[in-house]
Design a protein around this ligand. Structure first.
Ligand code: FAD
Length: 384
């Protein structure tokens, strides 16, 4: 290994850029090379599902170009460059035919969208939106069109449904679950969000799936498993994300649901770290901004001064459905207790309480959403 080799960060999403910024707060000069498969634009991914509400085109969501980031962070940046392998023994990244040496390597390469294999010849009109380039392509395809079918009623599907309706687009949502955001919201809160979205004009087709997508000339015709047929101009597939683990696993790094790291963000191989959507941190796969920011702060310290462990506090998630403001802090997966629900129309306060009465999680909607901060103080942090 070459001790003069740079710190190499793979990925210029919020994780990669947050880490580079945190490093530069403490150390202006250590050589850093960033490598990204995309155009290297800095942008806030959560804004992708509020673009219509805020009237923003893709270019208006971009906060800084790759060139501006190079200048601001004093680093080298290789855009449109895909990492194809890691050679941990040689301390080298494989970029196709080329090799790039590192002193420390940070994997911040995010999660892939899950793609369903659905019969039919309408796939050109099916979009997944997981980065600014996807969003740009979708906005371009939507010009002059008015109907979008969304596959998936999770957080992202619901946010896009609200946002597109705010942009006066006709929206159908198709999902196999019987409620919105299963696994994230308790039923009463999910019903409140559904009520809000239906009030805006969103049509839900739950407990069924899309079986066939046919090109219908101008748009697509969807055939659902329940026999229904829907016509639409475009389809958004929002059926989930999967941390990118394949290249890490092929290089011998331990992976489970994500790339396994401890609280110091260390993988199972020396000098290789991971954070953000690709990482499973101390058993937690949390595909949100607050956890990756906490990781970036801790990892920057580890890389430039002393080994530092991340400490996750209580991290509520805001669901960006302005038709029914919602905040949720799910209880730990193995927690035992019950939901106590106080509901009045779209105003729902659901508290997950242990047998001894301790609040371990909550979901609040409508008028109760403003209680988010106070409730967050009651819920124990993820890491004590
Ligand atoms: P990414 O942003 O996916 O970045 C991955 C980077 O790695 C990219 O630069 C990519 O090009 C690069 N890359 C991948 N593979 C390779 C390779 N082989 N070689 C080179 N480069 C590679 N979270 C919240 O907390 N609140 C919200 O309101 C919220 N809203 C969201 C709305 C939407 C529509 C979406 C999709 C997500 C939302 N999230 C939200 C989640 C949050 O945005 C993500 O957790 C976060 O942006 C992930 O950042 P990341 O840097 O880890 O990954």
């Amino acid at each position: 290994m070459n001790a003069d080799a740079p710190i190499v960060i793979v990925g210029t999403g919020l994780s990669g850029y947050s880490l580079a910024k945190e490093i530069r707060k403490q150390d202006k000069d250590t050589p850093i090379v960033m490598v990204t498969a995309d155009d290297g634009y800095s942008y806030s991914k959560p804004m992708l599902s509020t673009g219509f509400t805020k009237g923003k085109e893709a270019d208006e969501l971009a906060q800084a170009s790759a060139e501006a980031m190079v200048e601001q962070l004093n680093l080298q940046l290789r855009t449109y460059t895909t990492v194809t392998g890691i050679d941990p023994d040689a301390h080298e990244l494989v970029l196709g035919d080329e090799r790039l040496g590192y002193s420390k390597l940070v994997l911040a390469w995010g999660a892939d969208v899950i793609r369903l294999s659905i019969a039919g010849d309408g796939h050109e009109r099916v979009f997944s939106i997981n980065d600014l380039m996807d969003y740009r392509a979708f906005r371009k395809a939507l010009k002059g069109k008015k109907r979008v079918a969304i596959m998936g009623a999770g957080l992202i599907g619901c946010e896009f449904a609200n946002d597109l309706r705010n942009g006066d687009v006709d929206v159908d949502v198709i999902a196999p679950s019987d409620a919105l955001m299963p696994g994230l919201l308790p039923p009463a809160a999910a019903a409140a969000v559904r009520d809000g979205l239906e009030g805006l004009g969103v049509r839900f087709h739950l407990e069924t799936v899309v079986e066939h997508i046919a090109n219908s000339g101008e748009g697509v015709r969807l055939t659902l498993a329940n026999g229904e047929e829907l016509d639409s101009d475009l389809v958004i597939s929002a059926v989930g994300l999967r941390p990118r683990t394949e290249l890490a696993a092929a290089a011998g790094l331990e992976t489970q649901r994500g790339i396994v790291v401890n609280r110091a963000l260390e993988t199972s191989m020396p000098d290789i770290y991971a954070l953000g959507d690709c990482a499973e941190v101390d058993g937690h796969v949390l595909l949100y901004v607050l956890p990756l920011m906490a990781c970036a702060r801790a990892l920057a310290k580890t890389l430039v001064s002393e080994r530092t462990e991340v400490k996750y506090g209580t991290m509520p998630v805001m669901v960006k459905t302005p038709c029914c403001p919602t905040a949720v802090c799910p209880p730990p997966a193995n927690a035992s207790g019950n939901w106590e629900v106080d509901a009045d129309g779209q105003d729902v306060r659901a508290l997950f309480k242990s047998e001894s009465g301790e609040v371990l999680g909550f979901a609040v909607t409508g008028g109760y959403a403003m209680e988010k901060q106070a409730l967050s103080k009651e819920v124990p942090p993820i890491h004590n």
